[in-house]
Design a protein around this ligand. Structure first.
Ligand code: 0RA
Length: 641
């Protein structure tokens, strides 16, 4: 089937296509966020999103993602297939239009209110523009069609390849090395998001297959229990306070609402909210509605059933302690607000969620009095601890001041006052702390040495957390408060750099610190303020040349470079076991000088995944923690540079 259209239309459309492509290729970051690993993986999500839309409209049951050798991805679904008939005004087949026109994205029918969009939703044409090549195959109406594009430009007409006995859309693409700095797809990264999508779309099967190695790996995700299974998975090894996950799924005019929740004996609050499958890290109206309903419903029930002693009352924080919850809403026209555009703004959703949660949660409590009693008892314990914490905090405030006022004695602060330009190094140990203090540029670098292991916040209540000296020093130095008092605008540094030894203890301390930030000062991570320093592992030295290297492979390379094909005479290799072995000047040159150093920014792509990892790591089970710490190198690679 050849594309025929009137010459005039064709030309003006071609100009439009080329302009669109040029815009995307010139500023890829504007469309997919970045051209590093993050943006690379985003391409896959963009393509998968289209198949998910088809699934949400009720026409697709299975999506298959394959990582192929040569940095190639294919995404296949069993939906209706992208339309192939000629578009009435544009003069090209619908599929070509979707692949080459910005924002067309293939979403022609807006009849169902289960449309996705928002954060991604830039459309598959962006993926096409940023791919060295992309091929689409549509199976529809008993025929199989194919078209190829290079860097967004069609190189073949849409061609009928013959009979087909099924339906669906297969998109295969190779990201353009001229655009991306990173081309290596991470199975773990894709798997985390695809599993999340499977939880969020009850009954949908998502397959991820890796064909890059001899032993082929294939994961199949399908959860008929939807969010209820998500919560069970998130809870992991934490012990539940009541047996059954509280769950409901309801369609209202304002939104389709699905919720699952369960209390466990931990202390953290693990609430994940989604709008049209997008994680709303910054919350919004749906979360506000949920919180209001949760506090009210539980208090009402407890009062009605005389579970409270005279004037007891539970605060929002009390009823959220130890709660694992996933709330997913699907909205026709979501308005995303906030710093990272992950905050739902639609005001009508608040009331809809509040009413639905009131209704279903009170029904659950009435029908399950034993569970009700257990979870209220858990909240009452939280209330008592909070009271004790308040006393401790007031005392602490008087003594040393958690917010404002006196900075910790061992902090060597920087001299400039602009947080955007200031950084603080959290350094393992007093001796490395001393070197860092001498080596730093004191105008913009502050140093806070931390002694030994910091408290494991995963296992401690807020009162204990606040009475820990190392934590108090960090909180005061950062200056933005903690938890419900946390105010990012007060942060005194926009770079908080964790600097620990490159050994198992260092990895453990780093994990403890990350857990602390994730649980107590989450916004620091969301804003991209938290970093990990990368001290060198070796110093390779011969005559006047010296090189600092950061891996064993780099060391071997450097050694063979310096031996120049001759012998290895005169080459010395020094292994740094800890930061303390470097003198101040070396520490500056290798790890702290902004012109020379590498620091890894900590990002959380899947908050759910991070949540589970942290609770497994830092919870009661020793084995997962030991394994994790030994495999820590793998973890650091998951961080974005
Ligand atoms: C719009 C209309 C129709 C299908 C699709 C979009 C569609 C797009 C994608 C992208 C990936 N997979 C997809 N599957 C379907 C068809 C409408 C109809 O048949 O009536």
């Amino acid at each position: 089937m050849a594309v025929k259209s009137r010459a005039g239309d064709y030309t003006s459309r071609q100009i439009q296509v080329l302009k669109g492509l040029e815009a995307v290729r010139k500023r890829p970051g504007m469309y997919i966020g970045s051209t590093s690993a993050r943006g690379l993986h985003h391409l896959v999500y963009e393509v998968v999103d289209n198949s998910i839309d088809e699934a949400m409209a009720g026409h697709c049951a299975s999506i298959r993602v394959v990582i192929r050798p040569g940095d190639i991805i294919s995404v296949d679904d069993d939906g209706r297939g992208i339309p192939v008939d000629m578009h009435p005004t544009e003069g090209v087949p619908g599929v070509e239009l979707a692949m080459t026109t910005l924002h067309a994205g293939g979403k022609f029918d807006k009849t169902s209110y289960k449309v996705s969009g928002g954060l991604h939703g830039v459309g598959v044409s962006v993926v096409n523009a940023l791919s060295e090549w992309l091929e689409v195959e549509v199976r529809r109406g008993g025929r199989r069609y194919h078209q190829r594009y290079e860097r967004g430009i069609r190189t073949t007409d849409l061609t009928d390849l013959g009979a087909a006995n099924d339906r669906g859309t297969l998109v295969t693409f190779k990201p353009d090395p001229e655009v991306f700095t990173e081309l290596d797809f991470s199975f773990d990264r894709l798997s985390a998001r695809l599993r999340e999508l499977a939880f969020l779309n009850k009954g949908l099967e998502i397959v991820l297959r890796d064909e890059r190695t001899d032993e082929e790996v294939e994961h199949v995700y399908r959860y008929d229990g939807g969010l209820a299974e998500f919560v069970t998975w998130l809870r992991g090894s934490r012990s539940p306070v009541h047996e059954n996950v509280i769950y409901f799924d309801t369609a209202r005019p304002e939104a389709e609402i699905e919720l699952a929740m369960q209390y466990d004996d931990g202390f953290s609050e693990n609430i994940h909210t989604f709008v049209n499958n997008i994680n709303t890290h910054e919350g919004g109206t749906h979360l506000t509605g949920f919180r209001a309903a949760l506090t009210r419903t539980i208090n009402d029930y407890a009062r009605r059933n005389r579970i409270f002693k005279k004037d007891e009352n539970l605060s929002g924080d009390d009823v959220r302690e130890g709660l694992t919850c996933v709330l997913s809403v699907k909205v026709m026209e979501p308005q995303f607000e906030g710093q990272t555009k992950t905050k739902l703004g639609n005001s009508e959703v608040r009331g809809a969620v509040e009413t639905a949660v009131n209704e279903h949660l009170s029904a659950f409590l009435e029908e399950n009095p034993r569970s009700a009693k257990a979870l209220i008892e858990k909240s009452l314990q939280a209330a008592r601890a909070r009271m004790a914490a308040r006393k401790a905090r007031d005392l602490a405030r008087k003594k040393s001041g958690l917010e404002g006022g006196v900075l910790p004695g061992k902090l060597a602060d920087c001299s400039i006052a602009d947080p955007a330009l200031s950084e603080i190094y959290l350094v393992e140990g007093d001796s490395a702390g001393g070197s860092a203090k001498q080596g730093r540029d004191r105008s913009f670098q502050a140093i806070l040495p931390l002694k030994g292991k910091i408290l494991n916040v995963e296992k401690a209540r807020i009162d204990k957390i606040l009475s820990n000296d190392e934590i108090r020093a960090m909180v005061t130095a950062i200056g933005a408060g903690i938890r419900e008092d946390f105010d990012i605008e007060k942060a005194r540094y926009h770079k908080i750099i964790i600097m620990t030894d490159a050994d198992v203890d260092g990895a453990h301390i780093r994990t403890l610190l990350l857990t602390f930030f994730f649980r107590q000062m989450r916004e620091l991570i969301d804003r991209g303020y938290v970093y990990i320093a990368q001290p060198p592992l070796y110093r390779v030295h011969k005559g006047k040349t010296e090189r600092y290297v950061y891996s064993d492979a780099e060391r071997d390379q450097e050694v063979s470079r310096l031996s120049n094909g001759k012998d290895g005479k005169g080459i010395s290799v020094q292994r740094y076991k800890g930061l303390g072995e470097m003198n101040p000047d070396q520490l500056w040159k290798t790890t702290m000088d902004p012109d020379a150093r590498t620091i890894l920014r900590v990002t959380v792509e899947s908050a759910a995944e991070a949540d589970r990892i942290f609770s497994r790591l830092m919870g009661d089970e020793v084995e997962p923690r030991r394994r994790f710490i030994e495999e820590n190198a793998r973890y650091v690679r998951n961080l974005d540079v």
